[in-house]
Design a protein around this ligand. Structure first.
Ligand SMILES: [Zn+2]
Length: 309
């Protein structure tokens, strides 16, 4: 395309059609393996967890089993917690944080809470380090009733059919520099809108559900992560990603109404974590550890609130 544009695909002011989506898709290259990194890790989990296929993703010529791990010795009298990672497949520490939680920490919660962990909701995006799915839809805007994309709809349907006592949902994300130079321009181009650059928060933060805020729950996550990686300060307007800061590292955002994963259950304690992996002050292993700390702190806070000592 010869039109001067802020993104290599599309025409300014014109939403994408099938040709632009195909041109965008042709630019996406497999860079890592879901089978090696995720499926193999799930299959190597301890006996205390069972691996369940909740969906079957067909993406062009590719096919991915959608998998989660759950407590094998399920006790219906206990609360249930859901952990999701890789809703945005490029957000690496969400996937590996969820897996490391399963490998190293989840067993410690046996007998206190039933766990469901879906570590890589969007495997096509994981393999291509891409925010969207194969059809250029954002999975984290697609958790809606009647949702049209398999990645979101399959998990929603599976959870809904179980009718568990779901009290906690931690959805693990990252905010990255590539949001500013790739994914935000791609979104504006796809929708035929002007691109307005946004600043990327320098550090970890959480987005609590403005439709159901639990301020002390969010604060507990920040307190647990702060010793591991730095917490994002507000920008000059007192905001993080355009949302007013509520307390250190905490903002409220709409979840259910925008189709975000963190809003699709009725869990009282629900949040979106946002690790910042591109700082020279952090490392991939630190980012994974931050996600794990957030999950453990969220579970600990929720369990002590649900059944005080
Ligand atoms: Zn994300």
């Amino acid at each position: 395309m010869n039109t001067p544009h802020f993104y290599p695909v599309g025409t300014p002011g014109q939403p994408w059609g099938d040709n632009e989506r195909a041109a965008w898709r042709a630019r996406q290259v497999v860079q890592r393996s879901y089978a090696d990194d995720v499926v193999a890790a799930l299959n190597a989990l301890p006996e205390a967890f069972t691996v369940v296929q909740y969906g079957d993703l067909r993406a062009g010529a590719d096919r991915y089993p959608l998998l989660l791990a759950m407590t094998r010795d399920w006790n219906p009298t206990l609360p249930t917690a859901l952990v999701t990672g890789g809703v945005h497949g490029y957000e690496t520490s969400g996937v590996h944080g969820a897996l490391q939680f399963l490998q190293n920490h989840a067993s410690a919660y046996a007998g206190r809470v039933n766990l469901i962990v879906a570590p890589c909701v969007c495997p096509w995006g994981y393999e291509r380090i891409q925010r969207w799915n194969h059809d250029a839809f954002d999975p984290n805007r697609s958790f809606r009733d009647g949702g049209l994309i398999t990645e979101s709809a399959a998990l929603m349907a599976w959870i809904a059919a179980r009718n568990d006592n779901l009290q906690v949902h931690l959805d693990l994300h990252e905010t990255t520099d590539s949001d500013a130079h790739e994914f935000d321009p791609a979104l504006a181009s796809r929708d035929g809108k002007a691109w307005v650059p946004e600043s990327i928060p320098d550090g970890f933060y959480v987005i609590g559900n403005s439709e159901n805020p639990e301020p002390d729950f969010q604060k507990a996550l920040i307190a647990a992560v702060a010793p591991i990686t730095h917490i994002a300060p507000a920008d000059a307007q007192g905001h993080l990603v355009g949302l007013p800061l509520q307390s250190n590292g905490v903002v409220w955002g709409e979840s259910r109404s925008i189709g975000a994963c963190a809003g699709f259950t009725d869990a009282r304690f629900a949040t979106t974590t946002e690790v910042y992996p591109d700082s020279p002050r952090t490392s991939p292993s630190e980012c994974n550890a931050a996600q794990v700390a957030a999950v453990c702190a969220g579970l600990d806070f929720a369990l002590s609130s649900l059944s005080p000592p």
